[in-house]
Design a protein around this ligand. Structure first.
Ligand code: HEC
Length: 275
């Protein structure tokens, strides 16, 4: 961590905001994709589902990564997520029994007037059956059940419905969060994952924000297990010495809406395997 932060201080570059200043979500998306197309002309859009391994600079790491995936370390956890899903018949709460629908999460719920994430719908389902909701929204059972649910939509291209004005407002809120500088280092998400994507920083390669949500929950060797997207957001906030928000907070849900919409058209690939 210390290595990362000092590398960043050295980097200390000032960035303009033209990408952040687009008018509507569709133009935002076009500008976002164009930025990465220019930066990494050889990388196909669908490749961004592989996180940093999509980038040319990660070529060597990618070989190692592909070897790890011959026996994916995440498999036992996803298997236990599947058992939990079947035991509680969670499929009964979802359209098409939950198969092939996760690419459209987070969704807008008009009754609740709120964004609902996959994790929240899993808990909603448990509650509707008189079961206790899962408490830890970052790892453990929730990560494994979410990984199973989302893996049933693997290969399906991300497609969010922003037509509801409430959803659209959360999109704008998430967009603001993504581009806002914070923490003692005064970095935004975009500083690392838009402007410095593909750079090495203290031994890490920075992934492109394009495709960011498509592998989640991911298995990280560093975590020794699966983690949800909000677990990762918390870690990234801490990296710039900013106070992390709670998993499933309004902030992280809105951020997930923004990052997911920016990943429109990229297929899910769950669980991702990361270092
Ligand atoms: C100091 C630089 C830095 C900042 C600022 C930062 N991150 Fe990260 N982030 C990283 C590093 C390093 C990794 C691990 C390598 C990678 O996958 O990019 C990472 C990984 C991620 C991943 C995992 C991608 C994957 O496919 O596994 C997501 C998602 C993410 N960051 C989102 C965010 C968001 C959202 C913000 C703003 C709240 C943010 N990051 C701010 C450095 C940063």
């Amino acid at each position: 961590m210390k290595k990362i932060t000092s590398a960043l201080v050295i980097m200390g570059v000032i960035f303009g905001l033209p990408l952040a200043a687009q008018a509507d979500p569709y133009s935002d998306l076009q500008a976002f994709r164009a930025h990465f197309k220019k930066k990494f002309p050889t990388v196909k859009l669908s490749e961004y589902k592989n996180g940093l391994y999509a980038l040319p600079i990660a070529k060597e790491l990618r070989t190692e990564w592909e070897e790890i995936m011959v026996f994916p370390p995440a498999e036992p956890e996803v298997e236990s997520g599947k058992k939990f899903w079947n035991k509680h018949n969670l499929g009964s709460c979802f359209k098409n029994k939950g198969v092939g629908i996760a690419q459209s999460y987070p969704r807008w719920d008009d009754k609740a007037k709120a964004v609902v994430t996959a994790e929240e719908d899993i808990n909603n389902c448990l509650k509707s059956k008189g079961q206790k909701p899962i408490k830890n929204m970052k790892k453990g059972t929730m990560a494994s059940v979410t990984a199973y649910f989302r893996s049933m939509a693997n290969g399906k291209a991300v497609r969010l419905d922003l037509s509801n004005p409430g959803m659209r407002a959360e999109y704008e809120y998430g967009k603001k969060f993504f581009w806002a500088r914070r923490g003692q280092l005064n970095f935004s998400c975009a500083t690392c994952h838009v402007h410095n994507a593909g750079m090495r920083i203290g031994g890490n390669i920075l992934s492109a924000a394009l495709g960011h949500t498509t592998g989640f929950p991911v298995y990280r060797s560093k975590w020794g297990g699966l983690g949800t997207i909000h677990r990762r957001y918390g870690g990234c906030n801490k990296q710039v010495r900013a106070k992390p928000f709670k998993a499933q907070s309004r902030e992280y849900k809105a951020l997930e809406v923004y990052e997911t919409y920016m990943s429109t058209g990229i297929p899910l690939s769950v669980p991702g395997q990361r270092g």
